[in-house]
Design a binder for this molecule. Sequence first.
Ligand SMILES: Cc1cc2nc3c(=O)[nH]c(=O)nc-3n(C[C@H](O)[C@H](O)[C@H](O)COP(=O)(O)O)c2cc1C
Length: 452
Amino acid sequence: MGTQMKLGMFYWQVGHHIAAWRHPESTPDSGVNVPHLIELAQLAEKGLFDMFFMADSVTFWRGSLESMSRDSYSTWIEPFTMMCMLSQHTRHLGLVCTATATYDQPYLLARRFASLDIISGGRAGWNLVTSGNKLEADSFGLGEHMEKAARYRRGREFAHVVRGLWNSFGEGAFVRDRESGRYFDPDKIQVLDHSGEFLGARGPLNVSPSPQGEPVLIQAGASEDGRELAAATAEVVFGASQSIEYAKEFYSDVKGRMANYGRDPDSLKIMPGLSVNVGETHEDGVAKFEELQDLIDPRTGLQLLSQRLDYDLTGYDVDQPLPDIPVNEIGGSRAEMTIKTARDNNMTIKELYRYFAGARGHYQINGSVTEVADLMEEWVTDGACDGFNIMPPLYPHSLGDFVDLVVPELQRRGLFRTEYEATTLRGNLGLTRPPWSAGDLEGSTIGKAAAE
Ligand SMILES: Cc1cc2nc3c(=O)[nH]c(=O)nc-3n(C[C@H](O)[C@H](O)[C@H](O)COP(=O)(O)O)c2cc1C
């Protein structure tokens, strides 16, 4: 049997299709509906998914009030609170959420993830983002969003400090010995003392070691800076690919960079997003997609595209091709890819926003079980990815279809597990805990000296 693929269930309120909430069978308050969220997580666990992933940004804003008022992606339960809740209703599913290295603080973040790891019995993962949305700055009373290169440098430093804090206690440090009166062994403590370009932190962490030791570190950037950060630190990368050719280039490029950091390419799993409308036949899958496409509000479609490109398209004739759009650092790698898709396929603005509405630039497939399984098999066997971040267009229906129809087919082909292999997220991903050394970054000392 060949290598098996990994699967994430990428949660996005109501479903990934922009019009999902307007579907008559949707759960429009998905982001705050606790029984519904538990149902989704349990469905993902029934399908033996590696993880449930929740994206996040620390702002309400992505566009004008008028456009926001037509989008279900505006309010949701804070991800940590949600993950802690879900941990009590699942047993094997990894629990992954986003937290920003640009606006958070390493000590606070390290505590929260270590705590989630304890609460969930070793199933926590952190999606480190640098916050692409410039409007997040306003949530903190900051006039300006930090420029991209600085955000990535801070992200790198942030990951290092967090990992240093997670490594505060050596194996067996907590003796809790009633006889001798020793609670923990001071010789097994590793005190990080860090003062760097952006951050300062003195350890140790005041949370004892969690089951995984370190929650799994995940990233999702695809620019030059993003690839470099992933190669240096990530254990999982969530990608966004609009073609197998791009996915292959991304896969070999990021894995190729790992040698510069002394890392084995197998210690990183690359999982692009995949939106699936599946039915018994090709026509069934396409019909499910078309039903959602018919519900797109043109204003919301145009707004989503404008936001992704960081270029206001209001007022343009939507039956014409895209105007010349300068790619800036806010739009980043995804904007570049989207513009290329439009040019390569001679799309009008309207065709592009309708294409984009289904999965925000991730790969989409609408069709039969065989078609979906063939595509997934081709991507994993041809070196385009190690698995997928599944993006159901509508909850719970599209997730249910995937679990009931596609998962058994993947299992039949020997491409997916038939039971969980481990109790931890890292174990199910087939990864081992990465080595860590304070010497990896300037500005840190570690050891007893820092403790005195
Ligand atoms: C699957 C996926 C999930 C993401 N989740 C988030 C998120 O939750 N919050 C966020 O601010 N950015 C998120 N991003 C955006 C990336 O972190 C990154 O900012 C974006 O890809 C632009 O950076 P780049 O130009 O380096 O690629 C996500 C990207 C992908 C592909």
